[in-house]
Ligand binder design. Structure first.
Ligand code: FE2
Ligand code: FE2
Length: 146
């Protein structure tokens, strides 16, 4: 086979799951006042920032020529990333303050879930079809960000 994996949607959906799981793990660690909570925060924050960057640097620009024609809400997705980056960064200062932490982490979790649902149904659903065999090249670029 000349082209490798072209399932960009599958690749990105896996990354959504990874971010969700790391946020849930962080919530459990803060709830239990685990010694590892600082380390888990860094893992979650890194994964989230890398995911957003991979979209902003690689995926969305690759879709640009199709974005207007297919009404892909890329600009809205980017604005939501910005809001979530701010919220996620604030969590670090709240690792010892359960009430403060959970009021923010619940907000972030809801925003992230709604963002991911929108993205998967309105952006990723079109991705494999629009990119076709170019998908394998886009995946190699996505991996480079990770
Ligand atoms: Fe996104
Ligand atoms: Fe995403």
């Amino acid at each position: 086979m000349i082209y490798g994996n072209t399932d960009v949607k599958g690749f990105m959906v896996e990354s959504h799951k990874e971010c969700d799981e790391l946020l849930a793990e962080l919530e459990r660690a803060v709830e239990a006042k685990s010694e590892a909570r600082g380390e888990i925060f860094v893992k979650f924050y890194d994964e989230l920032l890398r995911h957003f960057s991979s979209e902003e640097i690689v995926l969305f620009p690759a879709l640009n020529e199709f974005a207007a024609k297919h009404r892909l809400p890329l600009r809205v997705m980017e604005m939501e990333h910005e809001k979530m980056r701010v919220l996620a960064a604030k969590l670090e200062g709240l690792l010892d303050d359960k009430d403060g932490f959970f009021s923010l982490s619940e907000t972030l979790m809801v925003m992230l879930q709604q963002h991911n649902i929108k993205e998967e149904s309105q952006v990723y659903s079109a991705v494999n079809e629009l990119l076709g065999e170019e998908g394998s090249y886009v995946i190699s670029q996505l991996r480079a960000v990770y």
